[in-house]
Design a protein around this ligand. Structure first.
Ligand SMILES: [Mn+2]
Length: 349
């Protein structure tokens, strides 16, 4: 495995110099953040990121994410231009040495949580999702000022209503069709540049607000991988996104898809599954519902050699900043992952 860490660029309170001091850090996971979704990234911006990351002594090989424009997901006529732009971005990052690109196909709402500062018993805070709070929010009610954290603030309420209504009129099968159309054009370009595409599961892995969501479970991941049956068409195994549903056997999925050579990137995060949702927890297995050792062992045993990063951390030690993306708890997570990996490796030899 190649240990990596997400960095939000120069705006990030967490610096490359700090990340480099985490033992065993191999790669920085980042993106060009100042270009709207669907547009082409300037080569100068990509080059600058590469210089910054390599200048700090780490590798620039993973992008998270190149966002997929809504017109592609909705299958609108405008998608042709956005698919061509997407492919051009893959060519450009590949030319800068990138080997893996994470992306998702979630309608409108990327990750969804209802609370960003849920206080745990030990005084740390975490991201949480409570179904009853989601049900209290109706994105189609124009008189409602309620929003949820993580929503795209670039939409006005009227625009949000419109795009949500478009998706609510769409079936899951139509969304599958639009995904296939995109993959059939995009994956050959990625394959030609030697870039592994790694779709991220829907987070959480179920439908919200009646919008279709399809990258959610083993059956659907099987279907996804067959849409374009090429090793470059792979997944980001996000343990927290899949593991927040008790229906997903994350250990089994890690073993199965690693053995198929289709896991290119792993997000390791522990969650506590509750009757009414879930809370993000510290990485240690005993802090949540997931068996982090068993997941790492399944990856190891099945030849996983891709990139892995600690996913969201709690806020600890008085740190403030981007929810889920502070330095301290993610650094603890990285060190824990190193420890698991070393123990598994040495235990077998
Ligand atoms: Mn993730």
């Amino acid at each position: 495995m190649k240990l990596s860490f997400r960095w939000y660029g120069e705006e990030d309170k967490v610096t490359l110099e700090q990340i480099r001091q985490i033992p065993g850090m191999h790669s920085i996971v980042t993106a060009v953040y100042d270009v709207p979704a669907g547009e082409v990234w300037p080569e100068a911006s990509i080059g600058r990121l590469k210089r910054q990351v390599e200048g700090a002594g780490m590798h620039f090989e993973v992008i998270e994410s190149i966002p997929v424009h809504e017109d592609i997901k909705l299958g609108k006529p405008g998608r042709e231009r956005y698919i061509e732009n997407y492919c051009e971005n893959i060519r450009r990052v590949a030319a800068a040495g990138v080997r893996c690109v994470c992306y998702n196909f979630m309608p409108v709402f990327d990750w969804t949580r209802t609370q960003l500062d849920h206080r745990l018993e030990d005084g740390s805070t975490c991201l949480a999702y409570y179904q009853r709070q989601v049900e209290a929010v109706n994105p189609l009610e124009s008189d409602s000022d309620l929003t949820l954290p993580g929503w795209d603030a670039s939409y006005s309420r009227e625009e949000l209503k419109q795009v949500v209504a478009e998706y609510q009129a769409m079936t899951e099968e139509e969304l599958w069709g639009n995904l296939q159309y995109f993959l059939e054009r995009m994956i050959p370009v990625a394959a030609g540049c030697g870039v592994n595409m790694a779709i991220h599961e829907d987070d959480p892995c179920w439908s919200i607000f009646g919008l279709p969501r399809i990258i959610t479970c083993e059956k659907n991941l099987d279907r996804f991988l067959k849409l374009v049956d090429d090793p470059h068409n792979g997944i980001t195994l996000c343990t927290g996104s899949l593991g927040c549903s008790g229906h997903n056997d994350v250990v089994h999925m890690a073993a199965k898809y690693a053995a198929q050579g289709r896991i290119h990137f792993v997000h390791m995060r522990n969650v506590k599954v509750l009757e009414d949702g879930f809370e993000e927890r510290a990485h240690l297995s005993s802090c949540g519902t997931l068996d982090m050792y068993a997941i790492m062992k399944a990856l190891y045993d099945n030849g996983f050699c891709g990139y892995i990063r600690p996913d969201h951390g709690r806020m600890i030690w008085g740190e403030t900043g981007r929810p889920g993306y502070g330095l301290y708890d993610r650094a603890l997570g990285a060190t824990y992952l190193n420890g698991l990996w070393e123990a598994i490796e040495k235990g077998i030899k």
